[in-house]
Design a protein around this ligand. Structure first.
Ligand code: CP
Length: 315
C-alpha cells in the first residue's frame, strides 16, 4: 500500500499531518503483531542497506532500529563513532558523504547538536531518519509513544496528556507536543520554572509548575529524564528536592485519572523523576510496552521511507 507520508526523510514531527501519523501507526500496529509471532523475518527490505550512525549513546533507539531493519530483511551496519574516523577528527558532513558513497538506502542518525541531522540530510541522496538531535526532535520516540497510547486507550484525540519533568532539554517533549497536537490531544507541560521551555504556551500547550495540579484529571502521565549531560549546573537545587516536588510517586499519581497510564521514554533515573514503585507497576506503567512498540514503529518508518525512495526514482 502506498504510504501517505511521502517525504524522503523523517526529521521531525512538526510537519506531520494526522493522516500521515495514522498511516504510520497503522503500519506499526501490523508489525507489532508480526513481532509477537514466532516467525519475525520478512523480505520487505531485502536488498536494502540501513546504516546506524550514532554520535550519542543509545540502548533502545539503536537496538530497535537494528532489529527493525533486520526483521524486514535489510543489511545493517552499525557505526561506532568512537571506533571510526570521527575519532580522528572527520566532520559530520565528511562522514555522511563517505557513507553515502557506499550507497546505503537509509541513514539513521543521532547527534548531540540540534539541527545536525537536518543539515546532514541535505548532503546525501539516501533517506535519513532523525534518531534524536540535541534537544530538538526525536520523531520515532513520539510515534512509538502515540502507538502505545492508541493501543491502550483506543484513540489519541481528546486525551489529556501531561509531559512532566525536564522539558527544557527534551527532544522527546518537543516531538510529542507536535504529534499529540496534530492528533487532537490536549497537552500540558509540567516542570519547574528553570526546566520549562520559555514561551511554551505559543506551542499550544498549557504550562504548570506543580506536579499534582498539572496531572490532575489526566489520562497519560509522561515522565521525562533529568538530562544532566545537557546541563551546566544550577537547574535544580538537588535530586532529593527535585524528587520531593516533581518525582512521580503513588501519592502524587492519585491526582491523575484512576486509569491514567504512566510513560517514560527511558533511560530512567529511578528515585529522581520516578519512583520504582510506579515504574514497575504493570497496572499503571507502560514503559516496557513503549520499548516493544519502538521496534514496530521503526519497521513502519523504514518501510515507508524505502517505498518513498522507490517512488522517487533517481536520488
Ligand atoms: N528513549 C531513547 O531514546 O532511549 P535511548 O537513548 O536508549 O535510545
Amino acid at each position: 500500500m502506498t504510504p501517505i507520508y511521502a517525504q524522503r526523510h523523517l526529521l521531525g514531527t512538526r510537519s506531520l499531518t494526522a493522516p500521515e501519523i495514522t498511516d504510520l501507526l497503522d503500519r506499526a500496529d501490523r508489525y507489532a503483531a508480526v513481532n509477537r509471532s514466532a516467525e519475525k523475518k520478512l523480505a520487505v527490505l531485502a536488498g536494502r542497506t540501513v546504516v546506524n550512525l550514532f554520535y550519542e549513546n543509545s540502548t533502545r533507539t539503536r537496538t530497535s532500529f537494528e532489529l527493525a531493519a533486520k526483521r524486514l530483511g535489510a543489511d545493517v551496519v552499525n557505526m561506532q563513532t568512537g571506533a571510526s574516523s570521527v575519532a580522528k577528527g572527520e566532520t559530520l558532513i565528511d562522514t555522511a558523504a563517505t557513507l553515502n558513497a557506499m550507497h546505503p538506502d537509509v541513514l539513521v542518525v543521532r547527534h548531540q547538536d540540534s539541527g545536525a541531522v537536518s543539515l546532514l540530510s541535505q548532503k546525501v541522496n539516501c533517506a535519513v531518519v532523525n534518531a534524536g538531535d540535541g534537544k530538538h526532535e526525536h520523531p520515532t520516540q513520539a510515534l512509538l509513544d502515540a502507538l502505545t497510547i492508541r493501543r491502550r486507550k483506543g484513540r489519541l484525540a481528546g486525551l489529556k496528556v501531561a509531559i512532566c519533568g525536564d522539558v527544557l532539554h527534551s527532544r522527546v517533549a518537543r516531538s510529542n507536543i507536535h504529534l499529540l497536537a496534530a492528533m487532537g490531544a490536549e497537552v500540558r507541560l509540567v516542570a519547574p520554572r528553570t526546566l520549562c521551555i520559555p514561551g511554551a504556551e505559543s506551542l499550544g500547550v498549557s504550562v504548570f509548575h506543580d506536579l499534582r495540579a498539572g496531572i490532575a484529571d489526566c489520562d497519560i502521565v509522561m515522565m521525562l529524564r533529568i538530562q544532566n549531560e545537557r546541563m551546566s549546573g544550577g537547574f535544580i537545587p538537588s535530586t532529593r528536592e527535585y524528587f520531593r516536588f516533581f518525582g512521580l510517586d503513588r501519592e502524587k499519581l492519585a491526582a491523575a485519572k484512576p486509569d491514567a497510564l504512566v510513560m517514560h521514554p527511558g533511560p530512567m533515573n529511578r528515585g529522581v523523576e520516578i519512583d520504582s514503585d510506579i515504574a514497575d507497576d504493570v497496572e499503571r506503567s507502560v514503559i516496557r510496552e513503549q520499548v516493544e512498540m519502538g521496534v514496530a514503529v521503526r519497521m513502519a518508518v523504514l518501510e515507508t521511507l524505502t517505498l518513498n525512495l522507490a517512488r522517487g526514482g533517481d536520488r
